[in-house]
Ligand binder design. Structure first.
Ligand code: NAD
Length: 298
């Protein structure tokens, strides 16, 4: 399809139309923006096209026409390949990249530097809130970038998120997201152990976590994940084991690169790495609790 660009509306190109990128693109579209998308998966492209999203023929045409490119890609390596091979040579001078992927801060810094030489801006804007938050435009974003680039990104950021926290220069958003997901990974394990403890003590674990959630031990895991995805048996958050294992690896890698030997982080990282033997990549990330709360089924 040929992508038209009207003069009065920003043209947003979304690269990666998966669980997060797909609903983010549709949210931008629903708010009256001019949006086109691209994904390597033809299945994802067809699904989004059937919901009204314009699909670019290839990354070259998307990069050439978009004012703002929003990335929602699985790994830092893929973000790097897309930026180096497509955005850097093809995107317009004066355009802007918003990376919502959970990526490595060094990757973001290196890419931002290379892009700046072609007058292309870069903001790292990783997200929390899952596919539901992406579909309702209520994500939380932690931002890294210059004030000028963040200002230019505002129309897109405001359309997809309800809360935005500016952390610092490029890379700071990704450091914060890695920190957030390390805590989330640890809280899944600690809350699962509390559930096991409650079971063994003969009290209702659902009520125990309700009590914890009203107290100082609360977390997103006790308040949201256990009621919504674990106790319900649904395990359908839209965030996979593969992606969470990647995030925990990123956290461990960052600590190692910084010369930090953090005992709890090491243990959490080892548990998540070992889960690859029993929990498939495609399983919901909340499934990490299963061997702890129901060891007889493990
Ligand atoms: P996903 O696997 O559902 O989607 C990623 C998409 O990228 C896939 O559709 C894939 O085909 C596409 N893709 C891969 N390489 C590509 C390329 N070179 N060009 C174009 N498309 C390509 O993943 P997701 O759950 O949407 O997550 C995307 C990013 O957001 C990840 O970095 C993840 O860690 C982060 N994240 C996810 C969630 C969640 O709840 N799913 C929440 C917060 C952050």
């Amino acid at each position: 399809m040929t992508l038209s660009s009207s003069s009065d509306r920003l043209h947003i190109g979304v690269i990666g139309l998966g669980n997060m990128g797909g609903p983010m693109a549709l949210t931008l579209l629903s708010k009256g923006m001019q949006v086109s998308g691209f994904d390597l998966s033809s299945g994802r492209c067809s699904e989004l096209a059937s919901q009204g999203l314009a699909i670019a023929d290839d990354l070259t045409s998307l990069c050439q026409q978009a004012d703002i490119l929003l990335l929602s890609l699985p790994t830092a390596q893929i973000v790097e390949a897309v930026v180096i091979n497509h955005i850097l040579p093809q995107a317009r001078s004066g355009s802007l990249v918003i990376d919502t992927s959970t990526s490595h801060p060094d990757t973001s810094r290196a890419l931002a530097k290379a892009l700046a030489e072609r007058q292309i801006g870069f903001v790292d804007a990783p997200v929390s809130g899952g596919p539901k938050g992406a579909a309702s435009g209520t994500l939380s974003m932690v931002l890294g970038g210059s004030d000028a680039d963040i200002e230019r990104a505002q129309p897109v950021l405001e359309a997809v998120s309800a809360k935005r926290t500016c952390i610092g220069p490029v890379g700071a958003g990704h450091i914060t997201k890695i920190a957030n997901n390390l805590l989330c990974a640890a809280h899944l394990l600690t809350n699962a152990e509390i559930v096991r403890l409650a079971q063994q003590a003969g009290v209702d674990p659902v009520r125990v976590l309700e009590g914890v959630s009203a107290g100082s031990g609360r977390s997103g895991i006790s308040e949201v994940n256990f009621p919504l995805w674990v106790f319900s048996g649904q395990f359908d958050s839209g965030f996979t084991m593969q992606l969470m294992r990647k995030d925990v690896r990123l956290g461990k890698q960052l600590a190692d690169e910084l010369g930090l030997d953090l005992a709890l982080l090491n243990q959490v990282a080892a548990t998540w790495a070992a889960s690859a033997d029993t929990l498939a990549d495609g399983e919901d990330f909340n499934a990490i609790v299963k061997p702890i709360i129901a060891p007889e089924h493990a």
